[in-house]
Design a protein around this ligand. Structure first.
Ligand SMILES: *Cc1c(COP(=O)(O)O)cnc(C)c1O
Length: 403
């Protein structure tokens, strides 16, 4: 534990509120200058007073004060003993998979993030690690795909873009019975709405690029755990592989994280209103949002999550052309990939985020050509609904007017 960790743990005890931790964990005033916000530490190397004697840092790949502060903060929010930051969510995935011995087997939920799918199928395989993709809506389905060499079960919940849920507690029990670790990618809900470690997950990973930073201006990732051995392995790999974030990105992501609770509340309030508006619209075929009683796993959402998040997916009444027209007519929503920023975004998974998934797999996952994914931002609710309303009307009534 570094000097900063000790100071910040002292600073937050005995306060445990989410917002209090978001603002104070890993954020002790500078003991030398009194600066309330710790300085950006760009130095790559640190003075040693004698050989091997230093103040907790020797080389910035191995450890950096801004990174340590961020790691302390995100660990506090995920109720984790340890946090480790990486240069992206994808680098986090790669580092976690590097823990596995050659010849290991992974079971992954089938509609996993596209980049994770690509890593499992095109990169991990070159290191002798194979992955089976399974629909884990029924946790018992996990039993039939476990192999003797299954070391890791990889879950996202809600999934992307069809927002299916996985029962973390049930999957953790089955994985542990088998001696496998459970990793949960908690990017979509953020620690504000779900803490997988408290439900039995061994490792939580985040693309901090999304809600954690929340302002669409940093690419970063994190892994959280309560297990000493897992932490030691990941810490060793973080330093050995070296996919570490820059100090400035840690500084920015830490600044973003301080308002996570406020942002998530507004994301959810807007998403719920948008989902209800879409469900009532005659221009919409169906809406998927875990906060709607029509969601097939609404009960699980209520039990497992503390909220429903900011992502809403819907099928517009029409085809690819109608969807494309809608995406061109929106004014406040921006047609773009990614999610989790303060600004609202929309996209067409079939051609954009999930364009590399085969047409057969897309069909199996329900990623139809009229399926639109919204990352609902924190703008004023009525403006967002007004924007959707005008774009839907134009797109469905006269989809062919677009040049
Ligand atoms: C974006 C994303 C990732 C990958 O993170 P990067 O920071 O883009 O590398 C992983 N999982 C989920 C659920 C994501 O949305």
């Amino acid at each position: 534990m570094t000097a900063t960790d000790t100071v910040s743990k002292k600073a937050t005890a005995p306060f445990h509120g989410f917002g209090t931790l978001a603002i104070h964990a890993g954020q002790a005033p500078d003991p030398h200058t009194g600066a309330v916000i710790p300085a950006l530490s760009l130095s790559t190397t640190y003075k040693q007073s004698a050989v091997g004697v230093h103040q907790g840092y020797d080389y910035s790949r191995s450890g950096n004060p801004n990174r340590a502060d961020f790691e302390t903060a995100i660990a506090a929010l995920e109720k984790a003993k340890y946090g480790l930051a990486f240069s992206s969510g994808s680098a986090t995935t790669a580092t976690v998979v590097s823990m596995l011995p050659v010849g290991s087997h992974i079971v992954s939920v089938n509609d996993v993030y596209g980049g994770t799918y690509r890593y499992f199928t095109k990169v991990a395989t070159t290191h002798g690690v194979k992955t089976t993709f399974a629909d884990l809506a029924d946790p018992e389905a996990l039993r039939s795909v476990l192999q003797d060499n299954t070391r890791l079960v990889w879950v996202e919940t809600p999934t992307n873009p069809t927002l299916r849920l996985v029962d973390i507690e049930a999957v953790a029990r089955i994985a542990h019975d088998h001696g496998a670790l459970l990793v949960v990618d908690n990017t979509f809900l953020s620690p504000y709405f779900q803490n997988p470690l408290t439900l039995g997950a061994d490792i939580v990973v985040h693309s901090c690029t999304k809600y954690i930073n929340g302002h669409s201006d940093v690419v970063m990732g994190a892994a959280l755990t309560n297990d000493d051995q897992i932490y030691d392995k990941l810490k060793f790999l973080q330093n050995s592989i070296g996919a570490v974030p820059a100090p400035f990105d840690c500084f920015m992501a830490h600044r973003g994280l301080k308002t996570l609770h406020l942002r998530m509340r507004q994301h959810e309030e807007n998403a719920q209103a948008v989902a209800e508006y879409l469900q009532a619209s005659s221009y919409v075929e169906s809406v998927i949002y875990p906060g709607l009683p029509s969601h097939p796993q609404y009960n699980l959402a209520q039990r497992q999550q503390r909220g429903y998040g900011g992502m809403v997916t819907f099928r517009i009444r029409g085809d690819l052309q109608t969807a494309d027209a809608f995406l061109q007519h929106v004014r406040l929503f921006t047609l773009a990939e990614s999610l989790g920023g303060v600004e609202s975004l929309c996209e067409l998974p079939a051609s954009m985020t999930h364009g590399s998934v085969s047409p057969e797999d897309r069909a199996a996952l329900g990623i139809t050509d009229n399926l639109i994914r919204l990352s609902v931002g924190i703008e004023d609710t009525k403006d967002l609904i007004q924007d959707l309303d005008q774009a839907l009307t134009k797109a469905v009534d006269s989809p062919s007017v677009i040049e």
